[in-house]
Design a protein around this ligand. Sequence first.
Ligand SMILES: [Zn+2]
Length: 209
Amino acid sequence: MTYERERALICELGRRMWTRGWVAANDGNLSIRLPGGRILVTPAGVSKGFLSPGMLLVTDLEGRVLEGAEDLRPSSETPLHLMCYRARPDVGGVCHAHPPAATAFACARLPLDRPVLGEVLMTLGEVPVAPYGQSGTEELPRAVEPLVRTHDAVLLSNHGALTVGPGLEQAYWRLETVEHTAEILWRLRALGGGVELTPEQAAALRGGK
Ligand SMILES: [Zn+2]
């Protein structure tokens, strides 16, 4: 089988997303950029908690299947992943899931942009909410593309979260940070909102973000 290491990584991170309750049933999708303008992507209709290496598909950057089991097709959100790779040559991995706290912010159309968590400002920056685009159609990548060009994590209106990274591990860590941040901001609301950093403190942490 080709790309054994990459296939094993997608299966492992899919299991983590499912175990953490970030995907229900067959939700969510993961991909890795391969050499030669190809990607390795999860199949449609399979739980991310029960992936095996042979279920993953290799496509080109137009979404044409180059390798894969006959009875499987690429995730319906493959166009969303392809958009990330086309828009950002620096991106090597993409994660999409429906983590509950982040997805609640996405449904309320609230960005994760309050300057309260210093380390998040340093590492991830602000997480904006993309305009609504219908899942599984070209409308979704069109709605998200302008924000992916300048952000490594984006909330998808009334849907979920999308993260990118130089590799899939980094994209996955960013998804963890997004959900952790959403959980904390949610709890802060119950505590009266918390105390924001001053503009000077926030600017010092943001650096290049
Ligand atoms: Zn989704």
